[in-house]
Design a protein around this ligand. Structure first.
Ligand code: PSV
Ligand code: MN
Length: 381
């Protein structure tokens, strides 16, 4: 039963994780980095080949702009993967200095909306059913713009995108406490995102990026609440020590990841309707291996969450046995699930240790030698 669930797990990797990334101080180039979306997808296919649970890759537009999206989708299919969520980008154009869909100038708002609608066209062309919307919109100074008017503008744009969605398409609305706006963000938290989604209807859901909260926020509570309301669309998984660090998921706080997966499973969210996506940047570590490690971290947290003896837990809860209930959860968390996952992989014809198998495959040496010349994909390209 546990193995069956683990076999059915799907984790989506982001195209941008394979490109160069960094901070505002420095982007460090790495050898073998893809020059175009086709090469990014080839790298994503490696993550799937060695883990068996990462069959889709998310695109970010315009970073992954191509002339023929149907061709990109068939390139992906040829490598054994598919196109996942389409991520919009209304944060990297000079016009968006004061916002995109909440900008005071209607011309800028129209431009941003046109981009969002173009992303739905790309969903049509690639067969993707999920649009992910994140807005960097906000203000830096009190009084800079009218908070309520900006909410009206946001609602108007979201409604227009919602109308454009096909029957089998949905959008996931992403919130983030701060950055790049430092005083007020137009979608700062799950409550704001939730309120907009509730108004729109079932095709609008909230996505929880695990790096987008104030320190100390109980993310699993948000997960439990959203699931209960049918509004949890998925995750952007990553780790943070300080703010939106975009480190490998499970690196900073594997216990938090376990607690999140425990709520997902208990709340009936462990289905293909919940998008388990990674949103990470490997600034200093190798990228494909970094993705493989992250996928394994999600698998391990999931396996532990599946191991929780829910009957024993419910009995302890009913009896008001505080320590007993906590022990049930901790027993599962403290179980070493690596042998179970290794066994599962071998049963599926995979190597038991994806990190070692990838390292041995020679793929990195090959791309490092082949991908010479051209412009490496990176932050902003
Ligand atoms: C914003 O910080 C974010 O989490 C959004 O998902 C963006 O699309 C992504 O990062 C870009 O890396
Ligand atoms: Mn994100």
């Amino acid at each position: 039963m546990i193995k069956e669930s683990l076999r059915a797990q799907r984790i989506e990797t982001p195209s941008w994780a394979y490109g160069n990334s960094g901070t505002r101080f420095k982007v460090f180039a790495q050898r073998g980095v893809p020059r175009d979306p086709y090469e990014k997808i080839a790298d994503a296919a490696q993550v799937h080949a060695f883990t068996g649970v990462a069959p889709t890759v998310a695109l970010h537009i315009p970073w992954d702009k191509v002339d023929d999206y149907a061709d990109l989708a068939s390139h992906a299919a040829g490598l054994g993967v598919g196109i996942g969520a389409i991520n919009s980008n209304v944060f990297q154009d000079d016009d968006y200095k004061l916002g995109s869909v909440t900008h005071p100038d209607p011309k800028v708002r129209a431009k941003a909306l046109a981009h969002l609608l173009e992303c739905v066209d790309i969903m049509d062309a690639t067969g993707s059913d999920t649009l992910k919307l994140w807005f960097s919109d906000g203000t830096n100074y009190p009084g800079q713009d009218d908070i309520r008017a900006r909410q009206d503008r946001l609602a108007e744009a979201l409604a227009a995108v919602y109308q454009r969605l096909g029957d089998d398409q949905r959008f996931l609305l992403e919130y983030k406490l701060f950055e790049p706006a430092f005083y007020m963000t137009d979608l700062p938290d799950w409550g704001t995102a939730y309120a907009h989604c509730v108004k729109l209807g079932p095709k609008a859901q909230v996505v929880v990026d695990t790096g987008h909260h104030a320190p100390g926020t109980n993310i699993e509570f948000i997960v439990a609440f959203l699931l209960r309301e049918g509004k949890l669309g998925g995750f952007d998984f990553n780790s943070r020590f300080y703010a939106d660090d975009d480190l490998m998921v499970g690196a900073a706080d594997p216990f938090q990841l376990f607690r999140i997966m425990y709520e997902v499973i208990g709340g009936g969210g462990f289905t293909e309707r919940t998008a388990f996506m990674l949103d990470q940047c490997h600034n200093i570590e190798p990228k494909i291996a970094g993705q493989i490690r992250s996928v394994m971290n999600v698998q391990e947290a999931t396996a532990k969450a599946l191991l929780v003896d829910r009957e024993a837990l419910a009995a302890a809860q009913r009896a008001g046995d505080v320590l007993g209930a906590n022990a049930v959860l901790m027993d599962a968390y403290n179980t070493d699930v690596r042998p179970l996952l290794a066994e599962l992989r071998e049963e599926s014809g995979l190597a038991p240790d994806p990190m070692a198998a990838y390292a041995k495959s020679g793929y990195f040496e090959k791309i490092a030698a082949d991908r010479v010349g051209g412009a490496q994909a990176g932050w902003g390209a």
